[in-house]
Design a binder for this molecule. Structure first.
Ligand SMILES: [Zn+2]
Ligand SMILES: [Zn+2]
Ligand SMILES: [Zn+2]
Length: 382
């Protein structure tokens, strides 16, 4: 495996599509940033651990930067092509009031940042522990958006030209009200899922013990918050990129199966009654993917986002060299090579395998279809 040493340097994105364009058009996809004092800043930092400066994500320079107070606002201390950024920004309301965000908003551009503005329902903060659960959800969501932007994927709120509009609901079960949770909304039980652009996550998933217990019960290799976001956004993009486009739907059915036969409800019942078919590993990313073509799509999509983001971060950290135009099979090979190393390191520390999947040619074919669907975008049919 090619290696490059520290210090880390800015690299090209590993995927073919564009990385996050900063306001000046520069492509930025660094996962490590630099404070005014020279200290390294990370994607989630709200303050510099060396000099104590307030930090936040600046949309204008597409980076986590130091912020200097200026009356009611803050001035970005980041740099971009041509010199200092100097953008006048406000902290996102969820940053300033609840400390669950680390993004800023250009002054005069509303209360919520480019990630928090999609929230429809947030956890009840009178419940002890919910602020921390919400913070973990938002941290995973920010990484999701970073990858969506890298891939140039469209999304928008109501009235912003993307159908369906995207929104998020983070809610707790009524059933668990006697214990840790309090009801939010009318539902008795909150199911993590996607419907018409609304992504709902049960906030119990933000508790490590709850999530691990579910992972073991369901026999899953991984169960993570970022994984939930990547899976559910896969359902969202099925609606945005495939649904209602006859040729795209036919292409999808040819590879993943007919989503109408059997109908979703029937497939769900069968899956929980009979389990996955023997030998499923040859054609599916996970046992859950065998349940229905839409779940196969969402699981495959989530793996594609795993691959894109892991390769991008690894390239930015100097672990692998950037290969911006790599085809899907090359991306898969690079991911599995990296996975081999990271799995051994994780095993050395008694952790779960970093890359648990064996990506067979059949799965790689589905990944290539996900990639082609993203490249085609919502504007045209195949
Ligand atoms: Zn500093
Ligand atoms: Zn800036
Ligand atoms: Zn925010």
């Amino acid at each position: 495996m090619p290696r490059r040493g520290l210090p880390f340097r800015d690299g090209a994105p590993i995927c073919q599509t564009a990385a996050t364009p900063a306001a000046d058009g520069r492509i930025t996809d660094m996962r490590l940033f630099t404070c005014t004092c020279g200290n390294t800043l990370f994607f989630d930092n709200t303050a510099c651990t060396a000099c104590g400066r307030r930090t936040g994500w600046c949309q204008s320079c597409a980076a986590v930067t130091a912020l200097e107070p200026a009356g009611d606002h803050w001035i970005c201390q980041g740099t971009k092509t041509g010199g200092a950024c100097g953008a006048r920004v406000a902290l996102c309301r969820n940053y300033a009031q609840h400390d669950v965000c680390n993004r800023t908003v250009p002054a005069g551009h509303g209360a919520f940042c480019d990630c928090c503005r999609y929230n429809e329902t947030v956890p009840d903060l009178t419940v002890p522990g919910n602020r921390a659960r919400w913070a973990r959800l938002e941290a995973a969501k920010r990484r999701l958006f970073h990858t969506l932007d890298q891939l140039g994927l469209p999304y928008g709120a109501e009235g912003e030209g993307v159908s369906p509009p995207l929104s998020f609901a983070f809610m707790g079960d009524r059933m668990a009200a006697q214990g840790l949770w309090r009801p939010v909304g009318e539902a008795e039980r909150v199911y993590t899922g996607h419907a018409d652009g609304l992504i709902t996550i049960n906030i119990a998933e933000a508790d490590a013990a709850e999530r691990e217990s579910l992972r073991v019960d369901l026999g899953e290799a991984h169960r993570t918050l970022i994984g939930h976001f990547r899976h559910e956004i896969g359902h969202y993009y099925w609606d945005v990129l495939i649904k209602g486009r006859p040729e795209a739907e036919a292409e999808f059915a040819a590879l993943f199966g007919d989503p109408q036969n059997p109908p979703y409800g029937e497939a769900l019942e069968r899956h929980y009654r009979d389990g996955p078919p023997p030998g499923w590993e040859g054609g599916y990313v996970s046992a859950y993917a065998t349940m229905h073509p839409w779940e196969d799509w969402a699981e495959t999509w989530a793996l594609y986002l795993d691959i894109v983001s892991v390769l991008d971060t690894a390239a930015n950290l100097g672990l692998i060299h950037p290969e911006p135009d790599a085809e899907t099979d090359v991306m898969v090979r690079r991911y599995q090579t990296l996975g081999l190393v990271l799995n051994e390191l994780n095993r050395e520390m008694g952790l779960l395998d970093f890359v648990p999947e064996v990506i067979t040619p059949a799965i790689a074919g589905k990944l290539a279809h996900v990639r082609a669907t993203i490249a085609r975008g919502p504007g045209a049919t195949p």
